[in-house]
Design a protein. Structure first.
Ligand SMILES: *Cc1c(COP(=O)(O)O)cnc(C)c1O
Length: 381
């Protein structure tokens, strides 16, 4: 037997503030009418924040159900005793039908092939299972087109072991002011489709459309359920329209590490791969045990800061797979073991996920989703 070694000593970690997460959930809850259900979107490991722990917190805070992208993500929740309804937004792939039935996971269905396969599997077991269908009202991605609905329903009606529990659509441009009119158009199309749903004899229990930006800024109610993701994790900076900055949502993640080594190098020395940086003076350089394989983007090389002892210190040279170098010449007594904040804030200074994603020319979601399993998620509060 191997002894139970403690392998958690590398100081690099993502601290997740569950109190901030509960507050974000509560802020969304408060903006909705009491009868509107919240499906907390926890796909992609809760946008990198850890799906199991976050889902438990959302459940305690009053979430009604969860949305994931894949069967594997759904099973992870079930295996960790999460019993609320789970909607698999990515649908059911051939061969997955029995697992969906076994774990009680509801798929989003966009074509008759998926419906027929799931129906057959349910028929074998002698059960009726719920499904949601997705309508493409303008996203142009997955979903049944409005003019194909009638034919789809003819097929769906033959699937006696499926129950149409939900009808949904997805907004393409709810995150911007200039998208407002387009969103209104999507709602109108969706309403027309719903008329077809009812006219075809279906009475789905759930109608849902709104993602985070729509849940927070689009006043008109659409259906009786919303599907926020990013806002729950406080990633609202690049997702809410300019006109409606609700800066009360707080990011819940702090990316931290400790200084591993400090060294003195003379003026004119190259630093890191490809010598993209040369010291301009005699310098103190510190090495941080984090790199692009952790999900700290290489595109931040020479372009961002970290926070140490409540001061900013610049990242210098190329960020490599496992290491990042910073200039600590102006920091008071920098030493091995000093805590460094790469994303987050202390009492005075702040570097947000949005700051980082802007420099890396992407969106905050891609940054938090990009943290790899090498970074332990540590939960506080
Ligand atoms: C990811 C996703 C959401 C959540 O979107 P946010 O912008 O993070 O709130 C909602 N619905 C669907 C179908 C999604 O894929």
């Amino acid at each position: 037997m191997k002894p139970p070694f403690d392998t958690t000593h590398r100081p690099t970690k993502a601290e997740i503030d569950l109190k901030a997460l509960r507050n974000n959930f509560g802020k969304i809850r408060n903006r909705l009418s009491p009868k509107t259900q919240i499906m907390a979107i926890v796909k992609a490991d809760a946008y990198g924040h850890g799906a199991v722990r976050c889902s438990k917190e959302f459940a305690n805070a009053g979430a009604d159900s969860f949305g994931v992208a894949t069967l594997e993500e759904a099973i992870e929740l079930r295996d960790n005793n999460i019993d609320l309804p789970i909607l698999c937004l990515g649908g059911v792939w051939p061969g997955q039908e029995d697992a969906f039935l076994f774990y009680g996971i509801t798929p989003v269905i966009c074509d008759l092939d998926q419906a027929t396969r799931l129906n057959s599997a349910a028929k074998v077991k002698g059960i009726t299972v719920p499904v949601h269908i997705k309508i493409d009202s303008g996203m142009g991605r997955i979903g049944i087109l409005p003019n194909e609905l009638i034919i789809f329903f003819e097929g769906l009606r033959r699937c006696k072991n499926l129950e149409l529990e939900g009808v949904m659509t997805h907004f393409a441009a709810a995150d911007s002011d200039e998208g407002k009119e387009f969103t209104v158009g999507q709602v109108k199309k969706f309403d027309e489709c719903l008329a077809t749903v009812y006219a075809s004899g279906f009475t789905p229990a759930f109608i849902h459309a709104k993602n985070s930006p729509a849940s927070l800024t689009f006043v008109k109610e659409v259906g009786n359920m919303v599907r926020p993701g990013g806002a729950l994790y406080g990633l609202t900076d690049d997702m809410l329209p300019e006109s409606s900055k609700l800066n009360s949502f707080k990011p819940i993640l702090t990316l931290k590490t400790n200084i591993a080594y400090v060294k003195k190098i003379p003026a004119g020395s190259p630093v890191g791969y490809a010598r993209t940086y040369y010291t301009k003076r005699d310098s103190l350089i510190a090495a941080l045990p984090i790199g692009y394989s952790d999900g700290y983007p290489r595109s931040l090389s020479n372009k961002t800061n970290v926070i140490i002892n409540s001061e900013y210190a610049p990242v210098i040279g190329r960020i490599s797979m496992d290491w990042t170098l910073i200039d600590v010449t102006d920091i008071e007594n920098p030493e091995t073991g000093n805590e460094v904040i790469l994303i987050g804030n202390d009492s005075e200074k702040s570097i947000s996920v949005f700051d980082i994603s802007s420099i890396a020319k992407t969106i905050s979601y891609e940054i938090t989703c990009g943290f790899t399993k090498r970074i332990p998620r540590v939960y506080i509060n």
